[in-house]
Structure formats: structure tokens, C-alpha cells
Write a protein that binds this ligand. Structure first.
Ligand SMILES: NC(=O)c1ccc[n+]([C@@H]2O[C@H](COP(=O)([O-])OP(=O)(O)OC[C@H]3O[C@@H](n4cnc5c(N)ncnc54)[C@H](OP(=O)(O)O)[C@@H]3O)[C@@H](O)[C@H]2O)c1
Length: 307
């Protein structure tokens, strides 16, 4: 991935690689927990492909992914300032690792945000996050309190930029109205199987304000390959046609290229833990779908031609 394949998030220099490595499934693979050297090798493979940005959350792997990643990062030979670390907070899981949580809930209080970021920094073995996201909208969010906590983290240098995830445009605007700087992104769900962001105002909002949305589960969490519904079969067939037309070779490559074709400058967060699959998806940066190829995939997803 070249320098051109980066997305500037803020005016003062925070940028991400156009494709981001998502760490959610780091501890999922085949029931065998990767050791620090294996994690270091995976980090190296991602960086070699140009995926310098790594997406985390405090809760990933039942609160255990960040520390496993941090152990790998400590073994990795590269430099901290050559990568970007993203984390999230505010989801509170009912988990043996958090016995005080009686049920799943959200917490955007200043005290929780500060404590969660300190834990993420310790687990990732770093002294700053490039980007902190509020993971999900919290119906009890006090926008003044939350914004003051986020602004304090930026001022202290613990966090370089702040954004949100899964927020509606109006939830985004409320928090933004209390902050002394712009929110850097909204990380939302989108894929060839999940197209609601095209019409629910999310991408219009991003383009109006000029931020680049990050996109999670860009392959539908793998359902694109495993799904047995008619919709998934139709989409696979449409992707195969475009893969042949463009020489892309791989359905995943075309599915990512379909996202990259959108003018809102989507930043897909890739969930595969396999370097060869990440490499296939990185090829999406080299192909460009024409309008009719893009609409053929939309038509397959929605099961009808556009009106
Ligand atoms: N903000 C939020 O609320 C939120 C929610 C969910 C996820 N996320 C972020 O988004 C990231 C990506 O989500 P995701 O894991 O659901 O993404 P995804 O890229 O849609 O799905 C990845 C899954 O698809 C599988 N897969 C099967 N065939 C594949 C192929 N040919 N090529 C590539 N992958 C294939 C992967 O398995 P292999 O590993 O075996 O390749 C992996 O289990 C997460 O890591 C996390 O950082 C954020």
C-alpha cells in the first residue's frame, strides 16, 4: 500500500492506512491461542501489506485481545510511530473478567472512559492511542461530561484523536457539539450484504462533514462465504462476474473494492487473521469498479434493480 493509500483523519496529522487490520478475532483461530511470537509475525505481515492501523476494543476476546496483541507488539521489530493503534470503550460485558458487571450495558461516564483508556494503554504496552472510539451509543450519555473526558484525554496526549462507532448522525452531532475539535470518524457496519448505510443518512452525514467512515465486518463477518441464503448466493455470483471482468481473482477483493468505490472514502476494517487473505483484499486498492459493476452488486444484494 503506498502513501497515497492513506486517509487523513484530522487536520493535525492523524492518518490511517486505507485498509485497517481488525483485531477482534485474534484469539478465535481454531481454539489455539497464538503466542507473542505468532502475534508479532501477524503484525509484521499486516504492516508489510501496508495495513499499519490496528483496530481494537477493550472488550475484544472477552477483554483479552489487547494484552495478547501488546505482548506481540513488544516482540515486533518495527517502530511504534510507524503504526496506528485504535481502541474503543463504553461496552460493559457481563464477563468473568468483569464480575462487577451484572448485565451487558454501556458506560460513557468520565470515570469509566479514563479508566478504560488507561487499561488499554497498559495492555497494548503503549503510552498513546492514535484513535479512541466510543463503541456504541449510550442512552445515558451526558454529552457535556463525555466530551470533557474525551477532550481531557487528547489534551493529556494519551489519545491523538477521538471518534465514535455505531452512532446515528444525530447522536454524532450531539457529542460533536460539545467538543473543541472535530470527531474523526464513525465506525459503522457495512458490506455487500449490509447496505443500509447507503440510505439511512450515515454516509451523507460523513460526506457533509468531511470525515472518512470506518467500516466493520466488510465481508459480513464471513457470511459472504458461508451464508446459505439466496441473497448471499446472488451476491457471490455477482462478485464472481466482476472478479472475472476486472481480473481481481477473488470475491473478497471485489467485495472490498465495492466499498472503496464509494465517494465517502470508506475505510474497511478487515477481520481475517490469515495473511494470504489480507493480501488478496489489499489488491482491492489496485482495481476500480465502474458504475455498472458497482450497481450489479447492489442489485444482487437487494434482489431487485434500482427504481
Ligand atoms: N465497531 C464495532 O461495533 C465493530 C463490530 C464488529 C467488528 N468490528 C471491527 O471490525 C473488524 C472486522 O470485523 P469482522 O471480523 O466481522 O470482518 P469480516 O472481514 O467481515 O469477517 C472476517 C471473518 O471472515 C472470515 N473469512 C472467511 N472467508 C474469508 C475470505 N475468503 N477472506 C477473508 N475473510 C474470510 C475470516 O476468517 P479467517 O480469519 O479464517 O480468514 C473472519 O472470521 C473486527 O476485527 C473489529 O476490529 C467493529
Amino acid at each position: 500500500m503506498s502513501r497515497d493509500h492513506r486517509i487523513a483523519l484530522t487536520r493535525d496529522g492523524v492518518s490511517l492506512s486505507r485498509l485497517v487490520f481488525g483485531a477482534w478475532r485474534l484469539l478465535d483461530s481454531g481454539g489455539v491461542r497464538p503466542d507473542a511470537d505468532q502475534v508479532a509475525r501477524l503484525i509484521g505481515s499486516a504492516v508489510d501489506l501496508g495495513l499499519t492501523s490496528f483496530d481494537h476494543a477493550d472488550i475484544y476476546g472477552n477483554y483479552e485481545v489487547e494484552a495478547a496483541f501488546g505482548a506481540g507488539l513488544a516482540r515486533w521489530k518495527g517502530k511504534r510511530d510507524g503504526i496506528e493503534l485504535i481502541s474503543k470503550c463504553d461496552i460493559m460485558l457481563a464477563s468473568a473478567n468483569r464480575p462487577q458487571n451484572r448485565l451487558k450495558h454501556y458506560d460513557t461516564s468520565a470515570a469509566h472512559i479514563a479508566a478504560s483508556v488507561d487499561r488499554s494503554l497498559a495492555n497494548l504496552r503503549t503510552d498513546y492511542l492514535d484513535l479512541l472510539l466510543l463503541h456504541r451509543p449510550d442512552p445515558l450519555m451526558d454529552a457535556d461530561e463525555t466530551a470533557a473526558a474525551l477532550a481531557g484525554l487528547v489534551k493529556s496526549g494519551k489519545v491523538r484523536a477521538v471518534g465514535v462507532s455505531n452512532f446515528t448522525p444525530s447522536q454524532f452531532d450531539l457529542l460533536a457539539s460539545r467538543l473543541p475539535f472535530a470527531l474523526a470518524t464513525n465506525q459503522i457496519e457495512m458490506s455487500v450484504l449490509r447496505t443500509s448505510a447507503l440510505t439511512d443518512g450515515s454516509l451523507d452525514h460523513a460526506q457533509r462533514l468531511g470525515y472518512a467512515p470506518m467500516v466493520w465486518s466488510p465481508l459480513g463477518g464471513g457470511a459472504l462465504f458461508t451464508g446459505k441464503e439466496q441473497r448471499e448466493a446472488r451476491v457471490r455470483a455477482a462478485l464472481a462476474t466482476v472478479a472475472a471482468e476486472t481480473g481481481a481473482g477473488d470475491l473478497a477483493t471485489v467485495a472490498i473494492a465495492w466499498l472503496l468505490r464509494h465517494p465517502a472514502r470508506l475505510v474497511p476494517v478487515l477481520g481475517s487473521m490469515k495473511p494470504e487473505r489480507l493480501a488478496a483484499m489489499a489488491k482491492a486498492l489496485e482495481i476500480s469498479l465502474d458504475r455498472q459493476q458497482w450497481f450489479a452488486i447492489l442489485e444482487a444484494s437487494e434482489g431487485r434493480p434500482v427504481a
